[in-house]
Design a protein. Sequence first.
Length: 121
Amino acid sequence: MPRVTCAVARHKRIKRVLKNAKGYRGGRRRYRQARETYHRALRFAFAGRKRRKRDFRQLWITRINSALAVYGVSYSQFMGALNHMKVILNRKTLSEMAINDPNSFAKLVEQVKPNLPGKKK
């Protein structure tokens, strides 16, 4: 019975790692360090894809809040009133509306103002 060496699979795996490690500097071009760095980079990339969603939501909230400052309304009051009115607009849409269509955003704010918490009817 011949001995199984896994040579083809091993060479393929090493070539794949070294190809993806192209551009690394110094000793990181050697297989062992390249493998460690490559796997670490994959972990950072995965976390970065999750992070991007967080960052964009934060950006939209900041944009909405700054657009509302003109009308004397805070972001939390505005979103609370929108939820109370059962208006379903996500933060990305509100942010785009505030930047690209300020007239309709102003109309929306004026409709929401009577429902703001703390206002007496």
